[in-house]
Design a protein around this ligand. Structure first.
Ligand code: ASP
Length: 332
């Protein structure tokens, strides 16, 4: 099985993959940290960008990764770094999460988010929320202050308000560019190709892994539709025994293939490396099915991968070994 998977993977050119050059010690390394973030995969091509727009994305990704790294460098938890990075991207109108979320078929913002702690396999998620400023904070509150994993809609909003989280009027989430995309997609009467989503994965100095994902979903999605992002195992997964994963892309494919958990399971039960597992899911399995998207993932030893089968994925990484980078297109 392993041989078959590896040969399939090597047949697939690794053009769309970037992986950091850290040696594999095969052991968990305390004192080392790794942080990887994404701002969504999709049709991100140089020819569609203006230099100003590109700079805005680069600067924001840099600011987010720096803030997350600051936490890890000081010995903070992977969970706190992931939460901080996602909150910052939710607050930025550049990404499809929080402020700047895409619109559903009824012209509303309907957001999903999840978070998972690899230390104890605890997880929290919210789906179909409209007025919570930072859905990732609500997901974390579900994990930390309820016996449940997933709260949806009004129930999630009432809970978040009781937790003291900030609520916003629907006008806060509105951005002109997302509204224009919505009108364009609506005119074609189709679910939009436009995806986005933000996510972060981290390994902290204590050897703990965490992952989180937050999204507005897909433009013109059906009212009530839930994607992979708040589904533990599909869009988000973390287990200290293997890896932490955050996905972005056409959510239905990620749900059907249980991608985030599958990457962890391929490592655990088939002995694949993180890169082999992510390549197999994204570049072989999903690609064959027409499922567009990508993942960011970090394993327990600090290897990380940013694998996608789309023209681009907004991404950035920082490690205690001094590797830093921001990327957008496939050839970066
Ligand atoms: N995965 C998200 C969803 O399907 C969208 C995205 O990542 O772009 O809701």
């Amino acid at each position: 099985m392993k041989k078959y998977l590896i040969s399939l993977i090597s047949l697939t050119l690794l053009v769309f993959t970037s992986c950091q050059p850290v040696k594999n010690s095969g052991k968990k390394t305390l004192g080392k940290y790794v942080l990887v973030i994404h701002g969504g995969a999709g049709v991100i091509e140089k020819k569609l960008m203006t230099p100003e727009k590109e700079k805005r994305y680069r600067d924001k990704l840099q600011q987010v990764i720096d803030s997350g790294e600051f936490i890890l460098k000081r010995g903070g938890s992977a969970l706190d770094a992931v939460t901080k990075c996602i909150t910052m991207m939710e607050d930025s109108p550049l990404f499809n999460a929080g402020k700047g979320s895409v619109f559903n078929a009824r012209g509303e913002n309907e957001m999903d988010a999840s978070i998972m702690d690899g230390k104890n396999l605890m997880a929290g998620a919210v789906a179909n929320v409209h007025v919570i400023k930072n859905p990732i904070l609500a997901a974390r509150a579900v994990m930390e202050h309820t016996p449940h994993v997933l709260l949806i809609s009004k129930g999630a909003e009432i809970f978040a308000a009781k937790q003291g989280l900030q609520m916003e009027d629907s006008s806060y989430f509105f951005t002109e560019s997302r509204w224009k995309s919505y009108l364009k997609v609506k005119a074609k009467m189709a679910q939009g190709e436009k995806h986005g989503t933000v996510g972060a994965v981290a390994l902290d100095k204590h050897g703990n892994l965490a992952a989180g994902t937050s999204t507005g979903g897909m433009t013109c999605k059906m009212y009530g539709r839930v994607g992979d992002s708040p589904i533990i195992g599909a869009g988000t997964y973390a287990d200290n025994a293997t890896c932490a994963v955050s996905c972005t892309g056409y959510g239905e494919y990620f749900i059907r293939n249980v991608v985030a958990y599958d990457i962890s399971a391929l490592m655990k039960y088939s002995g694949l490396s993180l890169k082999e597992a992510a390549n197999y899911d994204i570049l072989v399995k999903l690609k064959k099915q027409g499922g567009e998207g990508g993942v960011i993932a970090v394993d327990r030893t600090g290897h990380f991968t940013m694998t996608f089968n789309t023209p681009g994925m907004f991404r950035a990484y920082a490690t205690s070994e001094g590797f830093h980078g921001v990327g957008m297109y496939a050839d970066q």
